[in-house]
Design a protein around this ligand. Structure first.
Ligand code: HEC
Ligand code: HEC
Length: 178
């Protein structure tokens, strides 16, 4: 709720300066912007059934709960203190990412992708997941995902997913129809 209020505030503030539309376009949302990136580059190894380091990156709530070693993956408002950023290849050497090189065994994220994640965290980690999605997500997690896990994840999870189809999430499946 606090996050919604801050969006409203940002939009009102932006309405008084030129380039309002641009300012609004710059707001980064979890569901719309961040999730697809994590799905593609991270979630093959960070979902409920296979959570590297105990960290599930498929939902904001589990990201906040965090992993076994580094704790909550994001610190809203503070990208440089957020493990999600610290562990990226590019940051490991001197910025406290410890021995982690994420995505593990994968190419580093691009500068643009890192900027997106940082902006999202700087803005307070906005959760723009649609209003009724909580129930859908709960249903998906409990009833559907275990079936897909058993029969489909082998070929439809993570970066090398067949046809680019990632079945690890509700959003991934919804994209089948797009
Ligand atoms: C190929 C699998 C794989 C991919 C892809 C991957 N990770 Fe990981 N991640 C792991 C494993 C496994 C661990 C546990 C530590 C280890 O064994 O290196 C881990 C640990 C972590 C941790 C530390 C968790 C803790 O607190 O202990 C963070 C944060 C993390 N990963 C973030 C990411 C991010 C962000 C991405 C995408 C940019 C990503 N990972 C992609 C496998 C992966
Ligand atoms: C052994 C690997 C494998 C498994 C397991 C698998 N798939 Fe696939 N899937 C593929 C490959 C390969 C393609 C691409 C096929 C093609 O282009 O002819 C594909 C394509 C698809 C497509 C079409 C995607 C598109 O955009 O064209 C759907 C939908 C799909 N799979 C769903 C599923 C579901 C649901 C399951 C689990 C019940 C599953 N798959 C299990 C390998 C697999």
């Amino acid at each position: 709720m606090k996050l919604r209020a801050s969006i409203v505030f940002l939009c009102i503030a932006a309405a008084f300066v030129p380039g309002c539309a641009y300012a609004q376009a710059e707001i980064v949302g979890f569901d719309r912007d961040v999730y697809p990136l994590l799905e593609k580059r991270c979630n093959g190894c960070h979902h409920a059934e296979e959570a590297g380091g105990g960290l599930d990156l498929t939902r904001l709530s589990t990201m906040l709960r965090g992993g076994d070693d580094l704790g909550p993956a994001i610190v809203p408002g503070k990208p440089d203190e957020s493990p999600l950023i610290k562990v990226l290849h590019n940051n490991v050497a001197d910025k406290g990412g410890g021995e982690y090189f994420m995505p593990k065994d994968g190419d580093p994220l691009t500068a643009h992708e890192i900027a997106l994640l940082k902006n999202w965290i700087s803005q307070g980690a906005l959760d723009d997941t649609p209003k009724f999605a909580d129930e859908q997500i709960a249903f998906f997690e409990k009833e559907i995902r275990p079936i897909l896990f058993e029969h489909c994840f082998k070929c439809h999870a993570g970066e090398d997913a067949e046809s680019g189809l990632q079945l690890t999430s509700r959003q991934g499946i919804e994209r089948v129809n797009v």
